[in-house]
Design a binder for this molecule. Structure first.
Ligand code: PBG
Length: 307
């Protein structure tokens, strides 16, 4: 192996506490698989445009690529050997020369209701204020509860929890996965997927590499999770088929039992005035076709002014 304490495998990541936790989880899995020490790896923190701009809603500055551009550049120019991502934040297309097909065992994919005063959505009084920067969560909440006052809540997981404790909102919504990875699940109640369908790929860590780097490809194959891969394959085919952009509230979740994959999908108007859902089952191997077919059906049901 070309990776040694003198020439460690460089793991690129964003600098938020959650991103770092994901990078260290990846490093630890690689250490176990390769039976080598921590000194064979170096975690390289890369600041992205999305991290730098804190004062404007993300939708205004651009699409999902905001959190990945600088990291992918480092991968392409050899500054890092692999990049660790939250798959939820990844666009469906990515630069030529890069490959993203290694997925780790998935954390809890559900959303969590977080509040110091209430236990669940149904407990929120009329007109309560909820904070979220997610278009999907906003649309899903307003669809069920048009009375809620939804306010913009940006920043990393810790920042949002601080805003909540300062009383800026009565409740907020965060991914269970992030809270679990950070050990911050206090005051958090997981929400059933039937009440809030998660974002596509929520809870899943993906590892990107240079397609031409055969040695890294072999190393990553040691830690990949086949179940995660099959689920992501179906969910991301749905996303790709819907031309998902930051402006479109889309939810989707694939689950596997035995040889059967169940795929759920939902699209909403941003103001929550309309929601379209679909659910279908098929063979695990047909996940990508199911995702694409579901996207086509949902699109056909949406009126032209939907997005
Ligand atoms: N958009 C930010 C983001 N990207 C991934 C996660 C959580 C971890 C995950 O879904 O893997 C979060 C925070 C959140 O939604 O609570």
């Amino acid at each position: 192996m070309r990776f040694t304490p003198d020439t460690p495998l460089k793991i690129g990541t964003r600098g938020s506490p959650l991103a770092l936790a994901q990078a260290y989880e990846t490093r630890d899995r690689l250490m176990t698989a390769l039976k080598c020490g921590q000194d064979h790896f170096e975690v390289v923190v890369i600041q992205t445009t999305g991290d730098a701009v804190q004062d404007r809603p993300l939708g205004e500055i651009g699409g999902k690529g905001l959190f990945t551009k600088e990291i992918e550049e480092a991968l392409l120019n050899g500054g890092i050997d692999i990049a660790v991502h939250s798959m939820k934040d990844m666009p469906v297309t990515f630069p030529a020369g890069l490959v993203l097909d290694c997925f780790l065992p998935r954390e809890d994919e559900r959303d969590a209701f977080v509040s110091t005063r209430y236990k669940r959505i149904a407990d929120l009084p009329m007109g309560a204020t909820v904070g979220t920067s997610s278009l999907r969560r906003r649309a899903q909440l307003l669809y069920r509860r048009p009375d809620l006052n939804v306010v913009e809540f940006r920043g990393n997981v810790q920042t949002r929890l601080r805003k909540l404790s300062e009383g800026v909102a009565d409740a907020t919504f965060l991914a269970c996965a992030g809270l679990n990875r950070l050990g911050l699940s206090e005051h958090a109640t997981p929400i059933d997927r039937d009440d809030m369908l998660p974002a596509i790929a929520q809870g899943c860590i993906g590892i990107e590499q240079r397609g031409a780097d055969v040695e890294v490809g072999k190393i990553l194959a040691l830690i990949e999770d086949k179940h995660s891969k099959a689920r992501l394959c179906a969910e991301r085919a749905l996303l790709a088929g819907l031309d998902g952009s930051c402006q479109t509230p889309i939810a989707g979740l694939a689950e596997i039992e035995g040889d059967i994959l169940t795929l759920r999908g939902q699209v909403l108007r941003p103001d929550g005035s309309e929601s379209l859902s679909d659910r279908r089952q098929g063979r695990v191997a047909d996940g990508a076709e199911m995702g694409a077919a579901m996207a086509a059906d949902l699109k056909a049901r949406m009126s032209s002014d939907f997005f």
